[in-house]
Design a protein around this ligand. Structure first.
Ligand SMILES: NC(=O)C1=CN([C@@H]2O[C@H](COP(=O)(O)OP(=O)(O)OC[C@H]3O[C@@H](n4cnc5c(N)ncnc54)[C@H](OP(=O)(O)O)[C@@H]3O)[C@@H](O)[C@H]2O)C=CC1
Ligand SMILES: Cc1cn([C@H]2C[C@H](O)[C@@H](COP(=O)(O)OP(=O)(O)O[C@H]3O[C@@H](C)C(=O)[C@@H](O)[C@H]3O)O2)c(=O)[nH]c1=O
Ligand SMILES: [Mg+2]
Length: 302
């Protein structure tokens, strides 16, 4: 990486922000992460001074309102964090003539497609979270010429809240639990997303900006799972660390009602990313085992 690169990250303690901090520090890359109250997407006027003072060569937005069910009752707040705040950040990037990387979600799709989704498939969010994230994609692409939207899915990591950590916590107290088996997607390890973003930044630094970099790209872990299969694999990995393995009943979506509707299929075809940037994520099984091992080493499984 060109040592002159300076990466400004919006969001400081989420799964992706923490993964970016770790990946950059391991590689000696200048990257700083900024969150509320100093950089607050609900207060877009807070963005300008910290960004300009930092003199970034690229901005990565790793912040979002990610509480899928709570978003149903808080859509205005979700919109300010997922859409209108990022629009202002993208406008600033455009004024500085630097790339702006926005992270988005598989939940922009309605889930009715049989095959994996490609970037220009029709969207159709099923809930407020997906709706506001889709608005964010459009606003960012309109605001900044050098805008890259990376849609990822089912993110897990040792950090923050995620499905993998929820399952490992439930395994401590439950002999049996039910998990939906009729929603399929691509589990994605946040540290893998962070490595991919750094590789994209490096590619841009090497070749200079190219028109083909602008637009939407799918970026997800390799391989498919249902939430039920993902849970079973997590428990299997846990047994290597002495965790007891609960029985996992396969549920239908109707058996597990939630405020927000989720897509039945949200598998993402990531070939455009591989063709454009040469970036390909590891298999989710491999990364999931690394994540469980890491939690164990940190004493967080006991
Ligand atoms: N988690 C997932 O399963 C998936 C996530 N994504 C997308 O990936 C990206 C990263 O997600 P992930 O790291 O998992 O999210 P997290 O929920 O782990 O973190 C979200 C981050 O956003 C910050 N944030 C919230 N509100 C504001 C605000 N008003 N101003 C500035 N920062 C704020 C939070 O800060 P604080 O803690 O201080 O509130 C937190 O650091 C997001 O764009 C998300 O939509 C896409 C697909 C799946
Ligand atoms: C905890 C739990 C969940 N479920 C179901 C509910 C849901 O259909 C599915 C996943 O549950 P969660 O609520 O943990 O995951 P969810 O919050 O829907 O995860 C999503 O987050 C946002 C931010 C994204 O962008 C998406 O890509 C996706 O990762 O599993 C069970 O069936 N049993 C359980 O015990
Ligand atoms: Mg959730």
């Amino acid at each position: 990486m060109d040592r002159k690169e300076r990466i400004f990250v919006i969001g400081s303690d989420g799964q992706l922000a923490l993964s970016l901090l770790e990946a950059a520090s391991a590689r000696n890359i200048t990257l700083e992460a900024f969150g509320p109250p100093s950089v607050d997407l609900t207060n877009p006027s807070s963005l300008e001074a910290p960004i300009r003072n930092f003199k970034p060569t690229v901005i990565v937005n790793a912040a979002a309102y990610t509480a899928v069910d709570a978003a149903e009752d808080n859509e205005d707040l979700a919109r300010s964090i997922n859409a209108t705040g990022p629009e202002v950040a993208a406008q600033i990037a455009d004024e500085l003539d630097i790339p702006f990387i926005q992270v988005s979600t598989d939940y922009v799709f309605d889930g009715t497609k049989k095959d994996a989704y490609v970037e220009d498939d029709p969207t159709g969010p099923q809930g407020a979270y997906g709706r506001t994230k889709l608005e964010g994609e459009d606003l960012v692409l309109s605001a900044a010429n050098k805008a890259i939207v990376l849609r990822t899915s089912w993110v897990y990591s040792p950090f923050g809240k995620n499905f993998l950590k929820t399952m490992l916590m439930l395994a401590k107290t439950r002999d049996e639990l039910g998990v939906v088996a009729d929603q399929v997607g691509n589990p994605t390890y946040a540290p893998d997303i962070a490595e991919a973003i750094l590789a994209i930044v490096e590619q841009i630094a090497q070749t200079g900006w190219r028109d083909e970099f602008r637009g939407v790209f799918h970026l997800a872990g390799t391989g498919t799972a249902s939430w039920h299969e993902f849970a079973e694999a997590i428990f299997e990995a846990g047994t290597a660390h002495g965790l007891k393995r609960p029985h996992v009943k396969a549920l239908t979506t109707a058996d597990y009602p939630t405020p927000a509707k989720r897509p039945a299929n949200s598998r993402l075809d990531c070939s455009k990313l591989a063709e454009t940037f040469g970036v390909h994520l590891p298999s989710w099984e491999q990364s999931m085992v690394m994540c469980v091992n890491r939690l164990s080493e940190a004493g967080e499984l006991g």
